[in-house]
Structures are given as C-alpha cells and as structure tokens.
Write a protein that binds this ligand. Structure first.
Ligand code: FMN
Length: 192
C-alpha cells in the first residue's frame, strides 16, 4: 500500500506560535507512525477576504485552488487552530471559505472535504486550551460534510507546554496527541 499522506495546517502565522509548535509536534508523531507528512503555512497561500463580487469578477484565486489541491493530495488533514474570541481566526475561516468555492474539473464542489478524514487540535495560553475554537471548527467542517475524528486536543497553558526543543512536556498532552494521530491515521486508512 502507498504511504499514507497526512497534511498538517496550523491556523496561525505568528512568530513563536503555540499552534505552529503543536503542528510541528504532531507532524513528528505522524512521521513516527510511518505517515508521509506535509506541514504547510497559510502564509504561503495569501488570499483576499472572501467577497462574492470578487469571485464573480475574477474567479477563485489561484492560491485557494492550490490549497484545495494540496488537501486533495493527502489522505487525512490535521488542522491546528488558535482561539480568537471563542472561535477560529479569520485567516483559517477565510481559507476554508475559499476552498469550498473551488470547482475542479470532474469533481463536485466541496468533494475534498468529504473524501478524507480531518482531525482538529488547538493551543491556547488559557485554561480551556482553545476548546471553543475546536467546537466552532468541528461545526464548520461538519457543515462541509467532512468526517472529523471524535478525539481532539485542546492544549491549555500552551506557553508552558513545551521544552527547549519544542517538544511537549506533560505526559497527558503527549498521550492525547498520540491518540489523535492514531485516530486520524486509522480513519484515513479506512477511507483510502
Ligand atoms: C483577537 C484575539 C482574540 C483572542 N481570543 C481568545 C479566546 O477567545 N480564547 C483564548 O483562549 N485565547 C484567545 N486569544 C489568545 C490566543 O489564543 C493566543 O494569542 C494564542 O497564542 C494565539 O495562537 P498562536 O500562539 O498560535 O499564534 C486571543 C488572541 C487574539 C489576538
């Protein structure tokens, strides 16, 4: 069987981002589990704020098409999101909104969300660890008819969660990440 390909998308561009660090830790675990893992930055896919007039005039931007195709080239997707005002950042929501508008030949719109499983994680300096952003992201992905694996990881007190090598320190966080990674891999294998 071809190597399982997993895409990891952090929802932050910030230097020193807790969510990018969590995405890196997750990518490491996926690689340890034998997956072929790609971690991207949404900064490499700059997009205007979604506007129906813009889409009508100029079509869907190339970066949205490329992002959708990057998702399409993988068997499973992990999204690692910050929590902004109890929801996901506009950076991530805007990327998802544009991706849902991509219409590739011989595909139905939104097929890329339906044909592979998603896993979700969040990191926040707060006690709730981005739980509300996870609820929002699960709702959005479910509205796209995506399969979202039941486990999720809300990394609380994220400013204290990593060691000097950007590895998670707490056993409970490490185990939760491993469980999430295993669940996405198993779901992706079932849907391949
Ligand atoms: C506009 C804004 C809103 C925020 N709202 C929340 C929030 O509702 N809950 C929370 O736990 N943290 C909130 N935060 C703090 C972020 O979770 C924190 O800045 C986090 O480090 C951002 O993720 P990053 O480190 O990956 O960039 C907010 C930050 C910003 C800038």
């Amino acid at each position: 069987m071809a190597a399982l390909k997993i895409l990891v998308i952090p929802g932050s561009l910030r230097t020193g981002s807790h969510n990018v660090r969590l995405a890196m830790a997750a990518a490491y675990e996926f690689a340890r589990a034998g997956a072929d893992v790609t971690r991207i930055s949404l900064g490499d896919y700059p997009l205007p704020i979604y506007d129906g007039d813009l889409q009508a005039k100029s079509g869907v931007p190339k970066n949205a098409v490329n992002l959708k195709r990057m998702m399409g080239a993988h068997h499973g997707v992990l999204i690692v999101t910050p929590e902004y005002n109890a929801s996901i950042p506009s950076l991530l929501k805007n990327a998802i909104d544009w991706i849902t508008r991509v219409q590739d030949p011989h595909e139905s719109r939104g097929q890329v969300f339906r044909e592979k499983p998603f896993a979700i994680a969040a990191a926040s300096e707060g006690r709730l660890g981005g739980t509300r952003a996870l609820a929002a992201l699960r709702l959005i992905l479910s509205a796209c008819h995506a399969t979202v694996v039941p486990n999720q990881l809300a990394l609380s007190f994220a400013d204290q969660a990593y060691d000097d090598m950007d590895r998670l320190q707490k056993e409970a966080d490490i185990e939760a990440l491993k469980a999430l990674v295993t669940q996405l891999i198993e779901a992706a294998q079932r849907m391949m």
